[in-house]
Design a protein around this ligand. Structure first.
Ligand SMILES: Nc1nc2c(ncn2[C@@H]2O[C@H](COP(=O)(O)OP(=O)(O)OP(=O)(O)O)[C@@H](O)[C@H]2O)c(=O)[nH]1
Ligand SMILES: [Mg+2]
Length: 198
């Protein structure tokens, strides 16, 4: 697996753009609570420092940002979608509803969406929002992977206990999870994921 090229494609800020933006590539989307590490994860798996903009403060990504990633060996291109985070209390109710509506429309209207990743800080139990998203993905027939972020923050005992606790909450198989940390490499992720979207 070798990355040949990665680039920012386009921001989606309005629902009408979603269906109009045609793409022949398999698409992978990253959902999750604000500040969980979605944009950081996009940078890690593209081996870029700031392809997606990250921040120590929640509420950074406020649109759906599409990126293109082209691999050499195998010759394949994928589109990555970095979603705005949910659950950020400092946004107005109206803004939260707008972003939620935009995100749900995206899930419904992208024909090439092959995989939806729910990012969950490994130290936080899955809450109503994450489980409702998991249910919606099942309903829509979307393939789902849970990425447990910030594993570098755990001590040894948490490292063995917390993945099991999260798997129980989501009621998913061990293979439906991916453990990530601040240093996750493209190889670690793509070895598991490329065969699913090729
Ligand atoms: N230690 C550690 N920090 C992380 C990890 N992933 C992300 N972070 C940090 O978490 C903060 C938020 O990261 P972002 O990638 O901006 O989070 P986001 O989910 O895109 O947030 P929104 O755009 O607000 O939805 C940043 O300070 C990152 O450096 C990780 O695996 N380990
Ligand atoms: Mg972000």
């Amino acid at each position: 697996m070798k990355i040949a090229e990665s680039s920012f494609l386009v921001p989606i800020t309005e629902k009408h753009q979603i269906e109009k933006l045609e793409s022949a590539n398999a698409e992978i989307a990253f959902f999750g609570r604000s500040n969980v590490g979605k944009s950081t994860f996009v940078n890690n798996i593209t081996a870029r420092k700031s392809l997606a903009r990250t921040s120590g403060k929640p509420g950074k990504t406020q649109e759906i940002n599409l990126f293109q990633l082209r691999f050499k060996e195998p010759e394949i291109s994928v589109t990555l979608a970095d979603l705005p985070g949910f659950g950020f209390a400092e946004f107005s109710k109206r803004k939260r509803e707008y972003l939620s509506d935009l995100s749900i429309t995206y899930l419904q209207k992208r024909p090439n969406l092959k995989l939806v990743c729910i990012l969950n800080d490994i130290r936080r139990p899955a809450e109503e929002e994450e489980l409702a998203l998991r249910d919606l993905l099942f309903e829509l027939g979307r393939h789902c992977l849970v990425i447990l972020t910030k594993c570098d923050k755990l001590n040894q005992s948490e490292r063995s206990k917390l993945p099991v606790a999260r798997a129980k909450e989501y009621n998913l198989e061990k293979t439906d999870f991916f453990l990530s940390n601040i240093k996750t490499t493209p190889e670690q992720f793509w070895q598991k994921i490329l065969p699913l979207v090729e």
